[in-house]
Design a binder for this molecule. Structure first.
Ligand code: CA
Length: 365
């Protein structure tokens, strides 16, 4: 008797709809060519870089505008071109933006440079363009520009710099800007309290060293600097960055050479070199970094890191515990296509830059 009565209830439970719908993506802008980075203007428009050397605005739901005039000469070769863009924290007052890019040098060389400029009220041109930092030395290379910009609460600027692939050994020495994170004032001058200003032979802009190729750099809500970087085959990393520290490349790595074979001594740890907070083997090829401040997606996602994967085309979510160990990790939106940038909009929503698709999409809450 009781079994007979329970049966319909069990059937009803099995057929019940899933309580929580999976988040979905919606297109915000399309028709871009190899977009690389995204910023949000106060009027609701987006400011987007294209790697080939165009900076454009776009209204959500609209088409990209004509290229903004006034960019400096850009070496759009290989992985290089017009890369990151950031608004000054006081953009509404000073209309200042920062952008980094592959700056051409003599004899086919290039290097990552950071420039500032004012964006005209009509959004059509840049004025007062000034290069405030140039990576030294420039190299003949199409690879590993790094190139993410982050502004700290005190107004200092951080910039990630790749080791240009050919210069990997130089990531361990302080007489160059290869494989470094640097810190400068907004006018390009060197802050007096940078960690190596009094070290003989060291370049004074250096904040940390031993990096490979970083395309993710943020200051979180607590004022901490986070960076992720591409390892070689295997061994991508998320690092918590402190001044003066050595993050190990190419002496220590969880990766190996492309096609196999150890790098250097094939070791993953060494005294005096920092361990990553998170490592990825195999590599996801990380690009773009957010630590989500908003509660728009619920408590689980709030304070999580979101990282685009170029290789697998998904959005990686990582949440750390109180001791900065990975507590939650998942792969969202698999096979969406090369994800080049991830940002949190002023609306508290996640925006993704899809490189091959030429789109900016938004994660619906
Ligand atoms: Ca490392």
């Amino acid at each position: 008797m009781s079994k007979h009565l329970l049966l319909p209830l069990a059937v009803a439970l099995a057929a019940a709809p899933v309580a929580q719908a999976a988040p979905e993506l919606e297109t915000v802008v399309e028709g871009l060519k190899t977009p690389w980075a995204l910023a949000f203007l106060p009027d609701g428009q987006l400011l987007i870089t294209e790697r080939d050397g165009a900076l454009r605005t776009a209204k959500p739901g609209g088409k990209p505008g004509a290229p903004i005039q006034g960019l400096p000469a850009i070496d759009a070769v290989g992985q290089g071109g017009l890369l990151d863009v950031q608004l000054d924290s006081e953009f509404a007052r000073n209309r200042t933006i920062y952008f980094c890019y592959a700056e051409p040098g003599a004899d086919k060389t290039n290097g990552t440079a950071l420039a500032r400029a004012r964006l005209s009220e009509d959004l059509k041109r840049l004025t007062d363009v000034k290069v405030i930092f140039s990576q030294s030395p420039k190299m003949e290379s199409r690879l590993h520009f790094g190139c993410r910009i982050a502004e700290a609460p005190d107004g200092k600027l951080f910039l990630s710099l790749g080791e240009r692939y050919k210069g990997m050994q130089s990531a361990q020495t302080l007489d160059n800007h290869l494989g470094k994170i640097v810190r400068v004032n907004k006018d390009g001058s060197v802050p007096a309290d940078n960690p190596f200003v009094k070290t003989p032979g060291a370049l004074p802009e250096i904040w940390s060293y031993g990096h490979r190729n970083s395309q993710g750099l943020i200051v979180d809500a607590q004022g901490r600097l986070w960076e992720h970087e591409h390892g070689p085959q295997g061994g991508d990393e998320l690092n918590l960055i402190s001044p003066k520290l050595n993050y190990g490349w190419p002496v220590i790595t969880y990766g190996e050479n492309y096609g196999g074979g150890k790098i250097g001594d094939g070791i993953a740890a060494k005294a005096g070199m920092e361990q990553p907070v998170v490592k990825w083997v195999p590599s996801i090829a990380p690009a773009g970094l957010v630590r989500l401040k908003s509660a728009k997606y619920g408590a689980a996602w709030q304070n999580s890191f979101f990282i685009g994967s170029l290789k697998f085309g998904h959005l990686e979510r990582v949440k750390l515990d109180a001791d900065n160990r990975p507590a939650e990790q998942e792969k969202l939106f698999p096979d969406t296509g090369r994800m080049r940038d991830v940002r949190e909009g002023p609306d508290g929503l996640l925006y993704l830059v899809l490189e091959s698709a030429g789109k900016v999409v938004r994660v619906k809450p």
